[in-house]
Design a protein around this ligand. Structure first.
Ligand code: GLC
Length: 734
């Protein structure tokens, strides 16, 4: 690789080297016009390193030919896209996917996404998004894997492996781009693009781990985040992009900015375009997404001594290395096989897997009186703004989805229950009462089909349907684009008008099942207190409706577990399970004690804790056993617990292991997830689940940011969620 790239760089002019650092949007390229658009002339002039948001092998072949046959040095382009949770076969939004706690399943979803995207000519995805977040006001929680660094790291690894496979040179593997580096999920007030500010100890222990896990898994690229870190925007932050990413973590790939993130440093107050472009290059950024700051100013900055030739050469080399690793120098048209799309995209097999995966992502939050599973007989009143909507099932960031081909819940119930069940559908309410707000989220090809009849007319129609039914299924929650980028919400309760509908449905006395569609944790306390059955379905993707029906009728037993805490109300936010104890913790079992850390008006407890999820069966945990109560140095502690399926049907259970470091040189969380196993138990079956803990599992970044463990007492906890655990204590000497 070095020989090839050294030889190439020796021939390259300064303009051509800077051209490799330029990632314009595909803009006006469409088949046939690619030859004479201004992008085409830039490509010919060697001013473009890659493109994104262009697809199909035909179009990409046409554009790649311009680079490979009409530019001076024939350097191929890299083609990227936001393939976030599937490509045309859309999988559950990542927050939903994470609730499966099933790493092979998550890896497989990325593998299928890579197969489909690469069949369409794409060789680079701006995924996985691994930003830890504890603030459901932030719409991009939908794109991440929740609040936990350990689980987030496992998922980051699985996604990178799924995308990149065992060799990037294969034409069905694509380069991952872990984002958004770094801390983007900690935006103040949950408002997108806002400031983030935290201690380095919190960065290293709570927010960095998933980025590092993706880098350790070999992610070929990293994307900078919009926010500042320690007062310097990430895209210009040398400590972040060079000291941490490259020197401490040994990252060998290339760094691309987020969309015009260089230009935005002017708004951040860091200087004019030339200043911020030089700042980015010197910080360790290699590619400029859309902003054209590099192509417009680096030559001048070099002449004025504001950047060095070495810095330009470094960036250019890293971009060329990525192309080499993808095999683009050997075979520039490797991803342009126009036959593949016909047989590898949106296939029945992929959709079948998407359906199975979606069913594993749903979380059963409540099921009093066993309303679920429903019998495949009688009459169902299917009510709600999300009940018959296909396009919203894919959720946010599903750019390559064919939304009209997604399966709505109405379709799904009909598909699964066939003519055994009579379904009466009524919309009952709009997504929100405010038509202006609804217009802001009825976008990107995902219309909400607002019904302009008066609310009481819609509710009356729904109540009439309910009266004729044996059970009501209420499909409520958010529209797909109420979460995702630039979709922060200051309220996270169920919209008022939907709750009015729900109250009317409950008043009929019929059993009500609420199917919640959401891209973030929601403060559904009223619903938890008044609705007998709640299934969180997130946005399940192409097969959402079929998968939800599979669970509603019991063909699949739900096993999802929350990966982000649900608050009782927005006032508790940020609320997360791995919090510190503080100097004034609440006494156990108390919810208010004066002069302790709590609220006058609400308990500290979440509505649903991290790791929580029910099943149609029940699981009993036997006695927790430790192989020893005291250990020294590099020994291994074996933790085991028998788990019994005490119900009358097969089910999956995610057994979780948490550890608390009782005393440290810095304060330590009251518990941290350190292991989990998803097991499958037949009715009556018992399995002993075993975890092996070594000092590596006890390590953390201390005040001096050294990664090490400290001797002392540790609580070992095991359970089916982060709240209901059994605890034992060990003492571990160095
Ligand atoms: C967006 C997002 C980023 C995405 C990029 C390209 O602004 O922040 O996640 O990959 O632009 O679409």
């Amino acid at each position: 690789m070095d020989r090839k790239i050294d030889g190439l760089m020796k021939q390259m002019t300064l303009e051509e080297k800077i051209g490799q650092l330029n990632l314009p949007g595909a803009g006006d390229i469409t088949t046939g016009e690619a030859t004479n658009s201004d992008i085409a002339s830039k490509i010919k002039a060697g001013e473009v390193g890659g493109l994104f948001n262009i697809k199909t092998a035909e179009k990409i072949l046409e554009v790649q030919k311009i680079a490979v046959e009409q530019s001076r040095l024939k350097i191929p382009l890299i083609f990227g896209m936001d393939v976030i949770h599937g490509y045309q076969t859309v999988f559950p939004i990542p927050l939903g996917l994470s609730c499966s706690w099933d790493m092979p399943l998550i890896e497989q979803s990325a593998r299928i996404a890579a197969i489909e995207a690469s069949a369409d000519g794409i060789c680079w995805t701006f995924s996985p998004m691994v930003d830890i977040s504890r603030d459901p006001r932030w719409g991009r929680m939908a794109e991440g894997s929740g609040e936990d660094p350990y689980l987030g790291s496992e998922i980051a690894k699985a996604m990178v492996k799924g995308y990149q496979g065992d060799s990037l040179t294969k034409n069905n593997t694509i380069m991952a781009c872990v984002k958004h580096f770094a801390l983007y999920g900690a935006v103040e007030a949950g408002r997108d693009y806002n400031t983030t500010d935290m201690s380095r100890i919190r960065m290293y222990n709570e927010y960095f781990p998933p980025y590092k896990a993706a880098v350790d898994a070999g992610a070929g690229s990293v994307m900078t985040s919009f926010n500042e870190v320690d007062g310097i925007p990430a895209s210009g932050n040398k400590w972040l992009m060079t000291d941490v990413l490259r020197k401490q973590w040994g990252f060998k790939g290339f760094v691309v900015t987020d969309f015009t993130a260089i230009n935005e440093m002017t708004a951040h107050g860091m200087g004019d375009l030339q200043t911020v472009s030089a700042l980015a290059l010197k910080a360790g950024v290699d590619m400029d997404m859309v902003g054209e700051g590099f192509v417009k100013t680096l030559k001048k900055s070099l002449e004025e001594g504001k950047v060095t030739q070495e810095e330009i050469d470094r960036a250019c080399r890293l971009v060329l290395e990525a192309k080499y690793k993808l095999g683009l120098f050997d075979e520039p048209y490797r991803y342009c096989d126009t036959q593949r799309a016909k047989t590898e995209i949106f296939t029945p097999e992929h959709r079948k897997i998407a359906r199975e995966t979606a069913a594993q992502s749903f979380v059963l939050l409540k099921n009093e009186k066993q309303v679920l599973p429903l019998p495949k007989k009688g009459t169902i009143a299917l009510i709600g703004p999300l009940a018959a909507n296909r396009e919203n099932m894919d959720g946010t960031w599903s750019v390559a989805g064919d939304f009209k081909k997604s399966v709505s819940l109405l379709d799904g119930i009909r598909n699964v229950a066939g003519d055994k069940v009579k379904v009466i559908y009524a919309k009952g309410a709009n997504v929100v009462a405010d038509s202006a707000l609804e217009a802001r989220v009825s976008i990107f090809g995902k219309p909400t089909y607002r019904d302009n009849r008066p609310a009481d007319v819609m509710i009356r129609e729904a109540v009439n349907a309910a009266r004729k039914a044996d059970v009501v299924v209420a499909a409520l929650g958010e529209a797909a684009e109420m979460s995702g980028e630039s979709s922060s919400m200051s309220h996270i309760e169920l919209p008022e008008n939907q709750r009015e509908l729900l109250k009317a449905l409950l008043k009929t006395g019929k059993p009500v099942v609420m199917v919640l569609f959401n891209g973030r944790p929601m403060a559904i306390k009223w619903e938890q207190e008044h609705v007998p059955t709640i299934l969180d379905a997130w946005f399940g993707g192409t097969e959402a409706g079929n998968a939800i029906a599979d669970v509603l009728f019991g063909d699949v037993n739900p096993s999802g577990k929350l990966t982000a805490t649900f608050p009782q109300n927005m006032g508790q936010v940020p609320i997360f399970y791995n919090h510190k104890n503080t100097g004034r913790p609440l006494p156990k079992g108390k919810w208010f004690t004066k002069f302790r850390s709590n609220y006058l008006d609400v308990s500290n407890a979440p509505l649903y804790p991290f790791g929580f999820g029910l099943s149609y069966t029940t699981f009993d945990y036997g006695k927790l056993k430790l192989s020893s109560a005291s250990l020294t140095g590099n020994e291994t502690l074996t933790v085991s617990v028998p788990v019994t399926n005490s119900g009358n049907r097969e089910g999956k259970e995610v057994v979780q292991l948490y550890i608390r470091d009782m005393v440290g040189s810095v304060t330590r969380p009251v518990k941290e997830l350190k292991g989990f196993q998803k097991i499958d138990l037949k009715a009556g079956e018992t399995k002993t689940v075993t975890f092996h803990i070594t000092p590596d599992d006890l390590k953390f970044y201390n005040y001096d940011l050294n990664y090490d463990w400290e001797p002392g007492d540790f609580e070992i906890m095991v359970g089916g969620n982060s709240r209901d655990v059994q605890t034992s204590t060990v003492n571990w000497k160095k």
